[in-house]
Design a protein around this ligand. Structure first.
Ligand code: NDP
Length: 425
């Protein structure tokens, strides 16, 4: 190894700041979060649905096993792997990597969603009992958790064959526990099949809305028709997932793809946490039906609409600006120069707060919980968790932007003092 190689190895292994509580976080999170998933599902179907009860309710091992669950899970992942490989949609290039190359990614996630929807409608037409997903939820979640551990072990082991330029800067500390958790390899691939990109938006995200549909069908079986609350949550979350897949290319510039290695944190988040905790509201509604007046429904729809508008417009404005800053939709906006040659927006949505997209996302999160009424805390779990996640994510992004842009970032922070909530935070 030459002097440059040595310097890089030193940089990779020592200069990295540990995130998520370092080794302690890497030890506790993989135990605590899977238990949280199981606890939340159990609680959502219990009569009290109380998140504050002590000791917390956890499922027995019998409740966690159904031979159908791993079959459904692997079948679902396999189906999406096939759809990923289908030669439809365009192929986009990712950002420039450290070795000067760019990876290619198929942009066909939205087609995968549509094909999955058609297949589900056919299955429903043939009388498939989709409502059985309610019974299968705990075993399915347990299988997804087990699959996340096995898959992360595979990723950790294979990363030792990856060249050093293919490792994530933050995932090679030499501490096996932390590196396993945070992810060593940046873009692990089998041939052209990108494992991280595949998991980010497909099996888990589309799985989330399928779980929601299953809960709706269970409600139909129990009570004859879906409630307004159930329909609203299904529609709001379907819009969110469809939007993410419609704008799939934007994921190529996110922190997850550009910065984070692919380890337990992302694998578990994508395959277990998203489908089984983001669907909690619909799971809750199956056993705790709510009546919703048309007026309340209209207010909630308006809130979701405002949140979606802010979320979509701000994300699109930044994406457009990063792709082509001379485009008419962004050319008139005020910007500041940075030493890297890139500019930062200081007007438009990004002049309102430093993360307008997070603000919109949080308003939508609230709109997804409100149809579940005010009698229980559980349906608000997502808003609370998501607020904590986005505040933490904002702090991580802020650290990275300060390191990237230095003084220009400080100027931006002075010009736009609030992070997420105008005049509050
Ligand atoms: P963002 O889209 O917020 O991007 C942050 C990056 O934008 C910065 O690193 C910087 O990158 C660039 N940037 C910041 N400020 C400016 C500015 N003033 N002008 C131009 N560029 C700027 O990143 P995320 O990946 O966190 O979020 C993407 C979306 O995903 C959000 O809407 C978020 O709410 C959502 N999300 C949803 C989650 C969920 O579980 N539902 C989880 C996480 C995110 P650079 O300068 O290098 O371009």
């Amino acid at each position: 190894m030459g002097p440059n190689g040595k310097a890089l190895k030193h940089k990779l292994s020592h200069d990295t700041e540990r995130e998520f509580g370092g080794t302690l976080g890497a030890l506790c999170i993989p135990v605590f979060l899977p238990l949280t998933v199981l606890f939340l599902i159990c609680t959502s179907r219990s009569p009290e649905a109380s998140v504050l009860q002590w000791p917390p309710q956890l499922p027995s091992t019998v409740q966690l096993w159904d031979p159908l669950a791993p079959v459904v899970l692997l079948g679902w992942i396999g189906l999406h792997a096939l759809l990923y490989l289908m030669p439809f949609g365009k192929v986009s290039e990712g950002l420039l990597l450290r070795d000067g190359t760019r990876l290619k990614y198929p942009i066909n996630g939205f087609s995968s969603l549509c094909i999955s929807a058609v297949m589900l409608m056919l299955l429903l037409g043939l009388g498939a009992p989709l409502g059985y997903l309610f019974e299968l939820l705990l075993p399915l979640a347990a299988s997804a958790i087990a699959a996340s551990f096995l898959f992360s072990i595979y990723l950790y082991i294979r990363s030792f064959w990856a060249p050093s330029h293919a490792l994530a800067l933050g995932g090679n500390t030499g501490n096996p526990l932390y590196d396993f958790f945070i992810g060593r390899e940046l873009n692990p691939r089998i041939g052209n099949f990108d494992l991280k990109y595949f998991c980010e938006l497909r099996p888990g995200l589309i799985g989330w809305v399928v779980v929601n549909l299953g809960m709706l069908m269970e409600e139909v079986e129990l009570r004859g028709s879906p409630s307004l609350a159930m329909i609203l949550v299904n529609c709001f979350q379907l819009l969110y997932v469809a939007d993410a897949l419609w704008n799939e290319e934007a994921v190529l510039t996110t922190m997850d793809i550009v910065h984070d290695g692919f380890g337990f944190m992302l694998v578990f988040g994508d395959l277990a946490w998203v489908p089984f905790t983001y669907s909690l509201q619909t799971a809750f509604l199956v056993k705790h039906p709510q009546t919703l007046s048309l007026f309340k429904a209209a207010v909630i729809i308006a809130l979701n609409g405002v949140g979606y508008y802010i979320f979509r417009k701000s994300n699109s404005q930044k994406n457009q600006f990063r792709r082509d800053l001379t485009h008419p939709s962004v050319a008139g906006l005020e910007t500041i120069a940075t030493a890297t040659g890139k500019r930062l927006l200081v007007s438009g949505w990004w002049g309102l707060v430093r993360h307008p997209n997070y603000l919109g996302d949080l308003l939508m999160a609230l709109a997804w919980s409100l149809p579940c009424g005010f009698s229980h805390l559980l349906p608000y779990f997502y808003v609370v968790y998501f607020t904590v996640l986005l505040i933490h994510r904002e702090a991580r992004d802020e650290r990275q932007c300060r390191a990237k842009y230095g003084l220009a970032w400080d100027t931006y922070c002075r010009r736009v003092p609030y992070r997420i909530f105008p005049y509050i935070y």
